[in-house]
Write a protein of this length. Structure first.
Length: 380
């Protein structure tokens, strides 16, 4: 590793989350969705600016970011997709089938493509999920062949080794077992099935564990990322969606299996992403091998500095800045950054917005927040 004064973005990212001594804490303020960017264009973000992160760095006096290098696209999604289509048009809404096979109702302000990649904050009402019974399972399972050559870039054997000396962090994002079964079954159906037919749930979880494990092994033969993020989103505002005991029974073996594969390959950061209140889940995640958690939503009751004190260096964190305080601006956001400062100084924290940046965070307030964040992380 380079000396602290000459760290690359990649080295800085890894050092920060491994409780080492980075020259500065990475500056990672967060990302706005389409509606956020549309609002910012009316509030001072120039129309010709395509990279608002680079632009805001210029505004607050930070050096430009390292040149972007795309991460190899590893495809853990179903192949083939379901047909995306509009089934019915109703006053103000559309009944659509998305690429995952869900039938749902969305506002007619959007089209079905908005459900593809979290383009915006789109509320939907679920009508039918693709796996309603065991009879639906074979058609879903056939779409997840880990040996399908389309899952890895055709040139990965060449590109992977060429990326070993990269200057920017690269990572993979994967649906965890709870997330994936919820995608197949629907949330309520999954929760009921965990009680009514746990063997079927375990069968699907084992299938998903083996599928992801094999794709990871194929990937790591050529390319080892700096982090692997497991997406779970398994908590409400006050409690997790299932108990910690159920998480240990149904989910922990899969999380730990993937953790072992990642560690054996040399992946330094094994990260779990879950909205909602996660205080009851952090001990389970630590036992499963995770060493980082995000986004630490404040409105759900998460207290990042308290978690940092309780769990020490066993868990690092990303996020944790209250988006509501970002929207308020002024003294509210100054107090919010001050609240996090001791945890930032203690290490193991990369502060940023505690979810996607919503449209009620104005462009001037976002710039001011970035200035405060840069000061708190040692950049200015």
């Amino acid at each position: 590793m380079a000396s602290p004064a000459n760290m690359t973005e990649r080295e800085r990212f890894i050092a920060a989350l491994r409780f080492e001594k980075p020259d500065r804490v990475p500056f990672m303020p967060g990302h706005g969705r389409r509606s956020t960017l549309a609002a910012w264009r009316t509030q001072g973000l120039p129309a010709d600016v395509t990279d608002y992160h680079a632009y805001v760095r210029t505004l607050i006096g930070l050096p430009p970011p390292e040149p972007h290098v795309p991460t190899p696209a590893i495809d853990f999604r179903m192949i083939p997709w379901f047909e995306e289509k509009v089934i019915e048009r109703r006053p103000g809404t559309l009944i659509v089938q998305d690429w995952k096979g869900n039938v749902c109702e969305i506002s007619d302000q959007y089209d079905v493509s908005y459900l593809r990649d979290a383009i915006d904050f789109v509320t939907r009402s679920w009508i039918r999920c693709p796996v309603e019974s065991r009879a639906d399972w074979p058609d879903m399972a056939r779409r997840y062949d880990p040996e399908d050559p389309r899952r890895l870039p055709a040139d990965l054997a060449v590109r992977g080794p060429a990326l070993r000396d990269r200057r920017v962090p690269m990572g993979l994002s994967i649906s965890g077992p709870f997330w994936q079964l919820r995608e197949w079954l629907g949330f309520e159906n999954l929760c009921m099935l965990l009680i009514d037919d746990p063997d079927f749930c375990l069968e699907m979880i084992e299938f998903w564990r083996k599928f992801v494990a094999r794709v990871l092994q194929r990937t790591f033969a050529h390319f080892v990322p700096d982090f692997v993020t497991i997406n779970e989103d398994m908590a409400y505002k006050i409690k997790p969606m299932i108990s910690p005991a159920m998480a240990r029974r149904f989910l922990l073996p899969t999380w730990r299996c993937w953790a072992d594969i990642c560690r054996s390959a040399g992946v330094p950061i094994y990260d779990v992403d879950s909205d909602g209140y996660v205080g009851d889940l952090i001990p389970v995640w630590i036992d499963a091998g995770f060493n980082c958690n995000q986004p630490q939503e404040v409105a759900a009751g998460n207290d990042l500095p308290a978690y940092r004190r309780t769990y020490g260096t066993r868990m690092a964190y990303r996020g944790g800045v209250d988006k509501r305080k970002m929207a308020q601006g002024g003294q509210a956001i100054r107090d919010e950054i001050a609240r996090l400062q001791p945890a930032i100084d203690a290490g193991g924290v990369i502060p940023g917005c505690d979810h996607g940046v919503p449209a009620d965070v104005s462009w001037p307030n976002f710039v001011e927040y970035c200035r405060l964040l840069a000061r708190a992380t040692g950049w200015i």
